[in-house]
Design a protein around this ligand. Sequence first.
Ligand code: PEP
Ligand code: MG
Length: 592
Amino acid sequence: MGNNEIKKTIVLKGIGVSPGIASGNVYLYNCQDIQTPYYKLDTNTLATKEVKRFKKALKDSVQELSDIKEKTKNKEGIEPLFLDIHIMILKDRMFIRETVDNIQERRINAEWALKLTVSKYRDIFKKMEDEYLKERISDVEYVSERVLRNLSQKTCESVADIDEEVIIIARDLSPADTVQINAEKVLGFATDSGGKTSHTAIVARSMEIPAVVGLEKITGEVQSDDKIIVDGTTGLVIINPDPDILKRYEDKKKHYQLMEEDLIKNAGLPAITQDNHEIDISANIEFIEEIPSAVCHGTDRIGLYRTEFIYVNKEQLPTEEEHFANYRRVVSDPEIKWATIRTFDLGGDKFVSDPKLAAEMNPAMGLRAIRFCLQEVELFKVQLRAILRASAYGNTKILFPMISGVAEIREVKKILSEVKQGLVAEGFSVGDNTEIGIMIEVPSAVMMADRLAEEVDFFSIGTNDLIQYAMAIDRVNERVTYLYDPLHPAILRLLKHVVDAGHKAGITVAMCGEMAGDPAYSMILLGLGLDELSMTPLAIPRVKRIIRRSTLKESMELLDTVMTFSTVGEVETYVRNYMVEKFPEDFPIIEQ
Ligand code: PEP
Ligand code: MG
């Protein structure tokens, strides 16, 4: 194509996985597909040789990943735990056994045998209902591609070598590729495949590189050196933008950077209102890799560690040592003052692949979270032992999900105390200031809040579930999502009831549902008197900024006013107008 030719502007929509805007020139990253050869092995001797060749490729792949791990060890903000997961897959007995059996029993070459193994895994993962788990097949695929490359002895261009200011466009980037990117140079990336919860996305977020994935065909639409804009906030990618678009995005980029700089610069300041009322802001995490992001977004507390994510990628249940290693990392992190570890919340819409949980008609109301733990006590005890052992290494709070009444928490406490006694008898040390709390996310717990408060040290309100159960709406049924509204007068009353009951008993009341991280609700939550708000790390600076520019008095008055309204529409309109007027730069979108 001639230089003077004006190229057509193409806009593609994918999944924005790491916010921010990047514009620059395309670097088409070419990691060629490896062809999988197929051939039969005539003799047992050849099959034995082939197994050896496969094992050598596995070993080389482990070595490569270990090298990457070593190289990226000191990269700021990066905790490449997924590299351990990938190494674990390479060493997984079932993964190896399956391929070796394929070679020996079918007498086929290692590449094809591995392909069959991956395809079997793909079938298993496809049946999983949980989106996160479903996506974990990508980890198996990344690892297998590496093994295939080693079998074929083909090398792949390395992203680590890219040393110019570019935007990488690739069919896919494995998390191991992403972690090697030179974040000083690479401005952003966009890929054909991938999803929001892939490890690639998590790594991009922690490196703060704008990224859009799942574009399906971008590699077919661009050429090296094309101009491109990647908007990781909206998921839009614009190829060959015309000067007008480019200018608008340059302005947006500047605005975004200024906002972010201001937010990040002040993120470490405490959340104290203008009239000197302080509220704790903490982070919700699913993986320990998110701790650096939580810290750099301005918190030294983990308010919710969703430990069910430890069960991801596991053929077998995690061992006590695996649990322990994770919890110790969180509680002993020098930047973290308090870590709230929630015992696993399996069931509901999470991890329904477990055979014990799969058959339920209405899983959200079924055997999930603490109900499951109280039936599978031995499994529960493994996790409790690990948390208690970790509590010796730093300030720990244990949080129990889905508690519906007093008898349940008493039963839990009894098990916890037995586990603790057992550990002490075995000579383990455990922390002596560990706090025990419950999630308030079932309406019956709201009604029993006064009695429950006598049993525990703190409450944490899980609005995601509480709203679903209080409004009788299925969180995954889009026909009733219009009823899912945190500002519904019924919800505000429930919240007030919990906070008041908790405070009357002298315990702290936190909130860790999504409502806590939405700045539009910050003044309402201040007015309610919550002691702590726990949210996704990226939301922290904005919420803190709203709190710092509010007063407790004004927030209580706002709450008093909206408590007099009868419909959600009235509350919403009032709160929205109030916030837009008070904080115009923070709510530009809802302004019109
Ligand atoms: C909640 O229900 O609000 C909550 C924080 O828990 P999860 O979203 O993990 O169910
Ligand atoms: Mg919940």
